[in-house]
Write a protein that binds this ligand. Structure first.
Ligand code: PNS
Length: 165
């Protein structure tokens, strides 16, 4: 029988608890879940691709059917390379829908074998985004309970470096 392999793609700059919540909802549904970090240095992310992959790798911890990799180019091509059939995306609110709908249909057009499934994160994370995490942290807000402690440490280090420049 074909192994059910899901890709959970994203920028993850940085990963927050809403992302981990989606990963934990995926794991019972698939044999393997691959967190795929987009290599997009042109967008000037706060963390390099290597830093994001390293952080997620540590945070996946004991989740042994889940791994993290970086990818570039078309998502559907990467999925062929790793033998994945399903894209998993989290949807938080109706405002996410239009973008997600466009991506899902474009990916289907590019590769009709690829199916996209949408999962809702726990309500407590439904307003959370990486953009807000960075904004709140940079302005001194409290992110405890919204991002893992490791992400807080990494944010502190990165903003510390940026302030010294
Ligand atoms: O976390 P994000 O930024 O919403 O994730 C977007 C991502 C990485 C899923 C999307 O930009 C993507 O798949 N990029 C790879 C390039 C690609 O395949 N583009 C066509 C998809 S419609």
């Amino acid at each position: 029988m074909t192994r059910k392999v899901a890709i959970y793609p994203g920028t993850f700059d940085p990963l927050h608890n809403g992302h981990l919540d989606i990963i934990d909802r995926c794991l019972p549904l698939f044999d393997e879940v691959i967190v795929a970090v987009l290599f997009n240095e042109a967008k000037s992310p706060l963390f390099t691709t290597e830093e994001r992959v390293d952080c997620i790798d540590r945070l996946l911890g004991e989740r042994d059917r889940c791994r993290v990799v970086a990818f570039s180019g078309l998502l559907v091509d990467f999925m062929d390379d790793v033998g994945a059939q399903t894209v998993v995306r989290g949807v938080r609110a109706v405002s996410d829908f239009e973008y997600e709908f466009q991506m899902a249909l474009m990916n289907r057009r590019l590769n009709p074998r690829v199916e996209t499934v949408f999962l809702m994160p726990s309500q407590e994370y439904s307003y959370l985004s990486s953009r807000l995490v960075k904004e709140v942290f940079s302005l001194g807000g409290d992110l405890r309970g919204l991002v893992p402690d490791l992400v807080i440490e990494r944010l502190r280090a990165r903003y510390g470096e940026l302030r010294q420049r």
